[in-house]
Ligand binder design. Sequence first.
Ligand SMILES: *Cc1c(COP(=O)(O)O)cnc(C)c1O
Length: 323
Amino acid sequence: MKKYNLGFFPTPIHELKNLSEKYKRYRLYIKRDDQTGLALGGNKTRKLEYLIADAIENGSDTIITAGAQQSNHCRQTAAACAVAKLKCHLLLGGNEPETFTGNLLLSKLLGATIHYAGENRKGEDIHKLADHLASQGLKPYIIPYGASNITGAMGYVEAAKELKEQMVSGHLKIDYIFFASSSGGTQAGLILGKTLYDLDSQLMPVSIDKDETYGVEQEKAILNLVLQGKNILNLDKTFSLKDTALIKGYNEAGYGVITSNEKKAIKELAEIEGIILDPVYTARAFYGLTDYLEKELIEPDSNVLFWHTGGAPANFYYARDII
Ligand SMILES: *Cc1c(COP(=O)(O)O)cnc(C)c1O
């Protein structure tokens, strides 16, 4: 599949020395996809490299995508469109606010046209918008919620290869990889890439959002993506719901609700390592990771990687809930 370069890769991987001193039974590492470089970075950059290339190949001149108002995906899509000279229409949940802040502010600065969808934050009305834009003579290309179709997921198939190469060249063994999983493209890509590139680490996807997407349960949606990828990549392996299982104990408050868990996680990594998490995704996943370490729910004396997927701009919007 074709790619349109949007970020700086490979992203760095480094040890979290201070955190490893705190959780003495484990050696902790971090992979910095918060540093992909595209308008403050994040995991959607890798997916967009494939999606933007596909849109251009299709002769499209306009990208439409959807998400919550503080969507990191929408912010990175707006930036990608600026780079690739495409028009960008974002369909965001809620109503137009009085003040623009966090990701919404950046999406606006990046030149996106913003539509407000009220209750619908997952692009339920996206085809209606596409028809409307087509009737005006535009050639719209729809990127689904979270950029999680198989084209987008290819970004994380490739990311698994990147990590494998870093592990080989750095003589590094990683036993567990913790990361935030929501619309599932990241997880599906990593599952496929793990098989394709013989990545010998256990994936630990922490579920962020307990809602279904387009009426399909997350684990089934992720399995669907994996099965599509299996065909495209010619993988000789059977996949089942066991392979797409999520760690579900930390999403009870619901999507985008900041609890004492997320607050604790943001404060901990910031104060101990000088690294900024985001309140919606990575803080929840990082809290899950530290809970596993404290309770020794994973093998002691193992090497654990936290895959930072970005999102820091949302801290400014959620300021009052975090401090
Ligand atoms: C979108 C996002 C995720 C989740 O990735 P999915 O591929 O949607 O599962 C994780 N972290 C951040 C910061 C994100 O913006």
